[in-house]
Ligand binder design. Structure first.
Ligand code: TA6
Length: 322
């Protein structure tokens, strides 16, 4: 099946995705090739991005060696969308069900302002099944546009429309559940969350205030930073690389590393893999988003990889881009 990928008007020819490949366990996988040598791999199971390689062909996402590519179990790693709930909420699976369902390629997406730089992109869509409606009785259209830019940056735009015919509004929380590959978690610093308030999931979700300098990691961390600034940097000294996240419409940020004890309890996670990953994700958790029928919410997260691990508060990837 040939899937169509779009590109910005400045790039006359639309390049098409490679054939819809068969990935692990024969699951449908799309390969998106950027205008230069970047790439992304996306499974229709979960609308799950399992690889993002920059123009230097460096892999930037973590996927567990023990990930189970068998629906409905979500793939452990990469980037997926927690919807309609982040976290545990009664009968809903942990982090909702969007990452547990099979998505489709959206061949007729409502238009989006095209990017200024040349890009290639693919559009995915998820609508609720009859089974989902039993758990969460709301009709919705969840769209993802996954884009690679000329510079090898990844951009994920999510749109959620309330398509209830019964006039009912609905509220949801959401997170871009993102696992980044790092050389050694004890060598990683995170800038951009200094002095922010956070809810600590390890202390009964009590509210604390972050200290005044970059985050470093010596043990399990499981926090939701609230109403943060939109730019967060993951600085990896050993790889001499910084991954910069720029989020829009996602006021909060989740930071998670299971460390050794919790890692052992996660069946689809290698016991030492916590050393090579960090989850940092734009989210809308503290204040659920409410949509009336016909209304649409849009959020996005851009991911830049910068070949430097300098210690600075002024991270402008455009100036120091790889
Ligand atoms: O994103 C952080 C978190 O909510 C942690 O609390 C931890 O539970 C993690 O998700 C793992 O959730 P999962 O359902 O993917 O095993």
């Amino acid at each position: 099946m040939r899937a169509f990928v779009g590109s910005s008007p400045t790039v006359a020819l639309c390049t098409s995705l490679q054939e819809n490949e068969k990935g692990t366990n024969g699951l449908d996988k799309l390969v998106l090739r950027g205008p230069l040598s970047s790439s992304a791999e996306i499974y229709l199971h979960g609308g799950h991005i399992t690889s993002w390689k920059n123009n230097y062909r460096e892999e930037l996402l973590f996927v567990s060696n023990k990930a189970i590519f068998k629906p409905p179990k979500a793939i452990r790693g990469g980037i997926s969308i927690c919807f309609p709930r982040f976290g545990t909420h009664g009968f809903l699976e942990q982090h909702g069900f969007a990452a547990n369902r099979t998505w489709s390629i959206d061949t007729d997406p409502p238009s989006l302002p095209s990017d200024s730089s040349s890009t290639t992109f693919v559009d995915l869509i998820l609508k609720p099944s009859e089974g989902d409606l039993k758990f969460w009785p709301h009709s919705f259209e969840l769209r993802l546009r996954i884009t690679l830019t000329l510079k090898g940056d990844l951009k994920v735009i999510s749109r959620i429309r309330n398509t209830n015919a019964n006039g009912k509004l609905f509220s949801f929380t959401l997170a871009y559940y993102s696992y980044f590959l790092v050389s050694d978690i004890s060598e990683v610093r995170v800038e951009g969350l200094e002095t922010m308030d956070y809810l600590d999931n390890l202390k009964g979700n009590e509210r604390f205030t972050e200290q005044g300098d970059a985050l470093t990691f010596e043990s399990e961390v499981d926090r939701i930073y609230l109403s943060t600034q939109n730019r967060i940097a993951i600085i990896d000294h050993q790889k001499r690389r910084t991954i910069v996240l720029h989020k829009e419409g996602l006021p909060d940020a989740v930071v998670w590393n299971p460390w050794d004890k919790k890692a052992k309890a996660i069946t689809d996670f290698g016991r030492d893999e916590y050393k090579r990953m960090i989850c940092i994700e734009g989210a809308a958790v503290e204040k659920p988003i409410t949509l009336k029928p016909g209304e649409e919410w849009k959020g996005s997260q851009e991911f830049f990889s910068v070949r430097s691990s300098y210690n600075s508060g002024e991270l402008d990837p455009q100036k120091v881009h790889s």
